[in-house]
Unconditional design. Structure first.
Length: 463
């Protein structure tokens, strides 16, 4: 996916995607290991219908990206608010470069690059694709214009749709990979836009104000006893998954329980009110140093209002913090400190996955269309709430290779394996994760101080 933070891994379009053949991909949107490839649900024996389904999934993903960015001005789409974030215009271009490079350039006879100079600007981190523009300077790209990028998108879209009927299976898999990559960038696009808009003291909204779902406090946490003993997690070949989700393997779960819902804003406010950010005994050493160095005293985007309450900045503007909604935009350090304060701990990723197995990901509050999004208060309709959607949940597990993990040979092997250092796994997707994209085995990962994604916390405890 993107350079630097190419951590999210998304699949799925407006249509569900399912297993298919195999392709080679990399982590966050770049190509890496050999993968089973998902093909649009309903991929039929009839090749023409399969072509139509793939083209529909492609169009849906491409159109949603443009719709998400539609409210942006040229300036909005150009600036870069921090090194971790990319300008919206860069996201729009980079995902287009992906299709043009790995499908059209490599597999469609007679294709000529729309503009050969774009490869330097919009390659993320493919060493095999040569030199590229520095990630920290993407915000300096006032040219090409947003209109030129959109024109390039339309050109590539037409070329891909025209090419699909003649593509061999392996290249069709690359189109599907590109769809997943596009969706991966849709979440980053939104979180990067949110961070960019949050730099403006006027709190400009991306979309008109959205009324949150009315909800009362969800009541005390319920504890669900987890599976124990030797449990298998991870994905085998056969279903679409990113390489880091496999191989499926046995792991040992000790007696434990996992909370039946994420921590709410009201509960997090209690942590703050109890001096949570002022007492080093709650914090990991690195976390305490981070709190002090950055003067952290609340989740990202929170501000005190005139009455001493808290407001948060969302994609639809600044609003009072909703007490019943899951807390979000917290770092691993904050999630861990909250858990310690609460007398609990973070779940391991194996505990989380074992709890989520059999739960329908699409039942969650996920991204479906352009428009206001935010974590919503739980609706008590099942024993396990919000495992999918709303907020990514920090686990206490370092992002490391599973037993038997092998990155692909060559440059495409850069995608996931090379990022397995110093990051922690998050599970479950968020309100900005495209519907159809996340699953129980899905491993997102971020550095422990990062919190501009929709990141939250669910507790676990030993029994
Ligand atoms: Fe990417």
């Amino acid at each position: 996916m993107d350079a630097g933070r190419d951590a999210l891994t998304f699949e799925g379009a407006s249509q569900p995607l399912r297993r298919g053949g195999g392709y080679r991909r990399a982590g966050k949107g770049d190509m890496a290991a050999t993968y089973p490839i998902a093909v649009p649900d309903g991929a039929l024996a009839d090749a023409a219908l399969a072509d139509a389904a793939l083209a529909d999934a492609f169009r849906a993903a491409r159109n949603l990206t443009v719709a998400l960015a539609a409210p942006l001005s040229e300036a909005d789409a150009t600036v870069q608010s921090m090194d971790d974030a990319s300008p919206a215009k860069w996201h729009l271009a980079h995902v287009t470069w992906f299709f043009e490079t790995f499908v059209l350039r490599d597999h469609v006879a007679g294709h000529r690059p729309y503009d050969p100079r774009f490869a330097y600007l919009f390659n993320s981190y493919y060493e095999a694709e040569g030199a590229r523009h520095a990630r920290s300077r993407r915000g300096m790209l006032t040219r090409p214009s947003l209109a030129e990028i959109l024109a390039w998108r339309a050109h590539v879209d037409a070329a891909i749709v025209a090419a699909i009927p003649g593509l061999p299976a392996g290249v069709r898999d690359l189109v599907t990979l590109g769809i997943h990559h596009e969706q991966q960038h849709q979440e980053l696009l939104l979180t990067d836009i949110l961070h960019m808009l949050a730099q403006n003291p006027l709190d400009p909204p991306l979309w008109p104000a959205h009324r949150p779902r009315p909800a009362s406090a969800p009541g005390p946490i319920g504890w669900i006893e987890g599976r124990r003993g030797i449990v298998e997690i991870g994905r085998d070949a056969g279903d679409f998954a990113f390489d880091c989700e496999g191989p499926r393997h046995a792991t040992l779960l000790h007696p434990h329980a996992i909370a039946d819902r994420p921590i709410t804003n009201a509960e997090y406010c209690a942590f703050i009110a109890d001096g949570g950010y002022a007492r080093p005994d709650h914090w990991l050493s690195d976390g305490w140093a981070w709190v002090q160095a950055n003067r952290i005293e609340a989740p990202l985007y929170w501000q005190r209002d005139a009455d001493g309450g808290w407001t948060s900045f969302d994609l639809d503007g600044r609003h009072p913090v909703h007490p019943a909604a899951p807390v979000t935009h917290i770092s691993y350090y904050e999630a861990d400190a909250f858990a310690r304060w609460a007398g609990a701990r973070l779940p391991t990723e194996a505990e989380w996955e074992a709890a989520a197995e059999g739960t329908d990901p699409d039942a969650g509050n996920l991204l479906e269309q352009a428009g206001p999004i935010r974590p919503q208060a739980a609706i008590r309709s099942s024993a396990r709430h919000q495992l999918f959607g709303d907020v990514w949940e920090w686990t206490g597990s370092a992002y490391l290779p599973y037993p038997g993990f092998r990155p692909a040979e060559g440059a495409v092997g850069e995608y996931n394996g090379k990022f397995m250092s110093g990051q922690f796994v998050l599970r479950g997707g968020s309100c900005a994760t495209p519907r159809g994209h996340v699953r129980a085995s899905y491993r997102n990962f971020f550095y422990p101080h990062q919190r501009w994604q929709f990141t939250g916390v669910r507790l676990a405890k030993d029994l």
